[in-house]
Design a protein around this ligand. Structure first.
Ligand code: SF4
Length: 288
């Protein structure tokens, strides 16, 4: 029987990333230099494609040294200090912060301004760009926790308002709520499910996709945390799952397992469709 290859329709860029890349391409088409603060997406191949079009990726230290240039802010969002530096240095901001992240930033800022005594707790990855942007709404006073076993820095006798980084898993958020409730010794506890549904539904979808296929190639960037999580779910649902960054990483041994099988190709929120198509084309060309 001939093999069959399928690309998961639910995989690939979320709308926040699609919009950011579109903005970058529009600006680059004008032929002027364009900088991007941090990798526009956690996928080395897509960063390389845009670099070839002229996009220069910089870090925050370099950003502070720039004057009179255009800088694109990616979907993760930035803290207020970034906008202040831009203002001081006459930098034109092309703001591609995702509207979902911007709404979350305002919600946190509002809560912080309403009640200075309330502890703002953010369920998120410490040091992640989106989380830094969220902490910035509270002048850096928010407490970031990575899960239900990381809650020692919270004062359980005081009011707590809990928010979530948009890409954290819903089950982890629910477990964290329960742990905080168990430890509370007075004070109010309110929590806001601010998880983005563009990613929350990906776990059950990708597990289903992995189960439906005999062999799975998960295409992702090595720096993508969302990619790592989704890959683990794929592998749990189907042990014949391989992680590849692109078609060049597919090995002969892997291809031997694909003969006559149903092969699924899927990826992270940061995986471009063209890369999944390249993987499909490589497999098809080797097995035909
Ligand atoms: S995952 Fe959701 S919040 Fe994050 S960039 Fe994508 S659409 Fe925006």
């Amino acid at each position: 029987m001939a093999h069959q290859t399928f690309i998961d329709k639910e995989s690939g860029f979320c709308f926040g990333v699609v919009t950011a890349i579109k903005k970058a391409e529009e600006e680059l088409a004008k032929g002027e230099p364009l900088y991007c603060l941090g990798d526009i997406v956690h996928n080395g191949r897509e960063v390389e494609r845009l670099a070839n079009l002229g996009l220069v990726t910089i870090d925050h230290d370099t950003f502070k040294t720039l004057r009179n240039v255009k800088v694109l802010l990616r979907a993760h969002g930035e803290p207020p200090s970034t906008y202040q530096i831009a203002k001081d240095n006459n930098i034109t901001i092309i703001d591609a912060s995702c509207p979902v992240v911007l709404r979350l930033q305002s919600k946190i800022k509002k809560r912080f301004q309403e009640d200075g005594n309330c502890q703002i707790v953010i369920y998120g990855k410490k040091g992640h760009a989106e989380v830094i942007g969220l902490e910035g709404q509270t002048n850096g006073t928010a407490i970031v926790v990575e899960g239900e076993n990381d809650i020692e820095s919270i004062d359980f006798t005081k009011d707590i308002s809990l928010f979530s980084q948009t890409t954290k898993p819903l089950d982890g958020f629910n477990r964290l709520i329960e742990s905080i409730k168990d430890r509370q010794k007075g004070g109010n506890f309110d929590y806001f499910d601010t998880i983005c549904r563009q990613v929350a539904n990906r776990i059950p979808n990708i597990r289903r996709f992995a189960e439906e296929n005999d062999v799975v190639f998960f295409v992702g960037g090595k720096k993508s945390s969302n990619g790592k999580v989704l890959f683990e779910h794929c592998r749990e649902a189907n042990p014949n799952t391989f992680f590849v960054s692109g078609p060049d990483e597919i090995t002969e041994t892997q291809l031997q397992q694909c003969e006559g099988k149903k092969i699924g190709i899927c990826g992270a929120t940061s995986t471009p469709l063209w890369l999944m198509v390249d993987v499909k084309n490589l497999i098809d060309s080797k097995l035909d």
